[in-house]
Ligand binder design. Structure first.
Ligand code: 15L
Length: 279
C-alpha cells in the first residue's frame, strides 16, 4: 500500500502522453490531483482529480491552480525541438510561473528535464549527473535553463526540485539508441511517486532511463536518496533493434540522436572531445 501525499499534486502537461500515463498511475493510488494542460484532457478523470485547461503563460491561473498543492510535477511546455520563438514562451516564461507558484506555496517542483540538455555528449562517454550541459537545440537549451532555475530557487528561496533528465519515455523502445535511453512507463511512474513522497530532496538530478544493460551513458545521480531503482529494461528488444540505426553520422554520434542533426550547419564535425580548442 503506497503512501499518500498530505497535499494535492499539481500536474502540468496532463493531456500529453506521459501526463496521461501518470494520471492513471497516481489516480489509481487515490492521490488528489490538480491537472492542467493547454489541450483538453482526453481520458476519464480518476476520482480525486480535477482538470483546468490553461496556458503556462498565464501566471495568475498557474498561481491559482497551485494553491494548497505540496508538489508541482511539471511536464508541460514544448516537448520536442522547435524554433526559438516557439520554445521561449512555454519553456522559459512558463517555467518561471511554475517556480513562482512553488515559492509561494512552499511546494516542491518535479521538473521533466531531458537528455537533450546534454545531447551533444558523445555516446562513448559515461556522464555523472553534474556533467556540463551540452544542449542539442533550443528545446534542450530550455531544459538546461529549467534545471538552473531549479538550482537558483533552491539556493535563494529553499524551493526543492527533482530534475529528471528523461531519456526516451515511450511504450516500447523503437531504435538502437533507445536500447540505452529508454525509460518504461512503469519506471517513470514509480520515479514520480518517489519524487513526491521522499521527505527531503534539496535540488537534485536523476537520469531518467530504465535498467538497460546498454545504459552506460549516465551514472551517479540521486536515485539512492529517492529510493528509486528502475526495474524494466530495453534488453529484450536488443535483437530486433540492433540494426535500427539512421545512417546519419551526427545523429548516431551523440546522445541526443536526431535532435543533434536538426538544423546542423557545421561543415566539419568538432574534435572527438569537446573542449576549448573547438572554436
Ligand atoms: C525528449 O525530450 C522528447 O520529449 C521525446 O519526444 C523524445 O524525443 C526523447 O526526448 C528522446 O530523446 O528520445
Amino acid at each position: 500500500m503506497s503512501d499518500t501525499p498530505a497535499k494535492p499534486v499539481l500536474l502540468t502537461g496532463a493531456s500529453g502522453a506521459l501526463g496521461r500515463v501518470l494520471v492513471k498511475a497516481l489516480g489509481a493510488l487515490g492521490w488528489r490531483l490538480v491537472l492542467t494542460d493547454i489541450a483538453p484532457f482526453p481520458d476519464p478523470l480518476p476520482a480525486g482529480a480535477q482538470f483546468t485547461k490553461a496556458d503556462l503563460s498565464d501566471g495568475v491561473t498557474i498561481l491559482r491552480l497551485a494553491e494548497g498543492c505540496g508538489t508541482i510535477i511539471h511536464l508541460g511546455g514544448v516537448s520536442v525541438e522547435r524554433p526559438f520563438e516557439e520554445v521561449i514562451g512555454p519553456n522559459i516564461r512558463g517555467l518561471y510561473h511554475i517556480y513562482e507558484a512553488a515559492r509561494r506555496e512552499k511546494a516542491r517542483v518535479i521538473f521533466a528535464s531531458s537528455n537533450h540538455s546534454i545531447g551533444f555528449h558523445e555516446r562513448g562517454e559515461s556522464l555523472p549527473a553534474d556533467t556540463q550541459f551540452l544542449p542539442d537545440g533550443y528545446y534542450g537549451l530550455s531544459k538546461a535553463y529549467g534545471e538552473l532555475m531549479g538550482r537558483m530557487y533552491w539556493f535563494k528561496h529553499g524551493v526543492e526540485s527533482v530534475n529528471v533528465r528523461i531519456g526516451s519515455a515511450t511504450k516500447e523502445p523503437i531504435n538502437a539508441r533507445m536500447l540505452a535511453s529508454w525509460m518504461s512507463y512503469g519506471d517513470f511512474s514509480r520515479l514520480m511517486e518517489r519524487c513526491v513522497l521522499t521527505p527531503a530532496v534539496g535540488s537534485v538530478v536523476i537520469w531518467g532511463a530504465s535498467n538497460n544493460s546498454r545504459m552506460t551513458w549516465w551514472r551517479d545521480d540521486s536515485r539512492v536518496a529517492l529510493g528509486w531503482t528502475p526495474v524494466d529494461s530495453a534488453d529484450p528488444f536488443a535483437g530486433q533493434l540492433a540494426g535500427a540505426v539512421s545512417g546519419d553520422p551526427v545523429e548516431e554520434r551523440y546522445m541526443g540522436g536526431a535532435y543533434c542533426s536538426i538544423d546542423y550547419s557545421r561543415s566539419a564535425p568538432p574534435p572527438p572531445v569537446w573542449g576549448e580548442d573547438d572554436v
